[in-house]
Design a protein around this ligand. Structure first.
Ligand code: MG
Ligand code: MG
Length: 267
């Protein structure tokens, strides 16, 4: 069942989304070789609580952390660990917050230090594919139009693997609502988009093949071929002519550029 949002509800979701993005920006400020993803998770959790919100992911279906921290071949749902990050790693950070009864959801991939050109390109294309999907999130189109745009750009034009097992989603009072928003599919197929539909669009794109498996921790999803994967996510509200992007990468990109340990010349 699809729940369309009122203007008031959309603003509450925006507030949660912006808190997510400020949380990820806070992580960006502390990212450097030697820091662990568990340390980053803990500072993010404190930041969220200090802003009168709760982390959406904590205890969601038993997930024990505030953030998903997916390093290199980890696609999504990465368990934060004590392992220190090193130069050349990429880290996808996925955060959700719950405030005033509504969830926000967004994700961003960072690169530490010196990064191979092929990985920089993967990050750039994945981020660009997110906006190509968002361009299609307008009333009258269908979910398949978003999916097709992302698959076309990443897989057909750039030869990357598009993960099938995990998808974007509606959100609001619940973290995951209908409809599912896959990153692959046929133009003109699926649920028709109407004004007030709030969805998270989140391409998960692999440098190699699309196939993934679940790590023995039961959560971390990794690429089968061991190659890196990138993940960028915005929450958007479908409108007539142009989607309203409720999350924002502005604070994250500012923090990314200001941090000498991060590579930001990939886009
Ligand atoms: Mg997310
Ligand atoms: Mg999501």
């Amino acid at each position: 069942m699809i729940i369309y949002k009122t203007k008031e509800e959309t603003e509450l979701i925006r507030e949660s989304c912006l808190l997510v993005n400020n949380t990820i920006a806070e992580i960006a400020k502390h990212l450097k070789p030697g820091v662990s993803t568990l340390q980053l998770n803990d500072l993010a959790e404190t930041y969220i609580q200090d802003h009168n919100a709760t982390p959406s992911f904590k205890n969601y279906h038993g997930f024990p952390f505030a953030c998903c921290m997916s390093v290199n071949d980890a696609v999504v749902h990465g368990y934060p660990t004590n392992k220190e990050l090193t130069d050349g790693d990429i880290l996808s950070v996925d955060v959700g917050t719950y405030k005033n009864g509504y969830h926000g959801d967004s994700a961003y991939t960072f690169a530490l230090g010196t990064i191979k050109d092929e990985i920089k390109k993967l990050m750039r294309i994945t981020k660009e594919s997110l906006y190509k999907g968002i361009e299609k999130a307008i009333a009258g189109n269908r979910v398949g139009d978003i999916a097709f745009a992302i698959q076309e750009y990443t897989e057909r034009q750039n030869g990357y693997g598009v993960v099938h097992e995990l998808v974007g989603h509606g959100l609001g009072k619940k973290l995951h609502e209908d409809p599912q928003v896959p990153n692959y599919g046929k133009r003109g197929s699926g649920t028709k988009l109407q004004e007030g539909l709030v969805i998270a669009i989140e391409p998960m794109i692999n440098l190699g093949k699309r196939y993934v498996y679940s790590d023995k921790d039961g959560w971390t999803v990794r690429t089968k071929d061991g190659k890196p994967s990138a993940h960028y996510e915005h929450t958007v509200c479908v409108q007539k002519d142009k989607a309203d992007i409720l999350s924002s990468f502005h604070a994250i990109e500012t923090a990314e550029k200001a941090n000498e340990h991060l590579c930001s010349d990939y886009y």
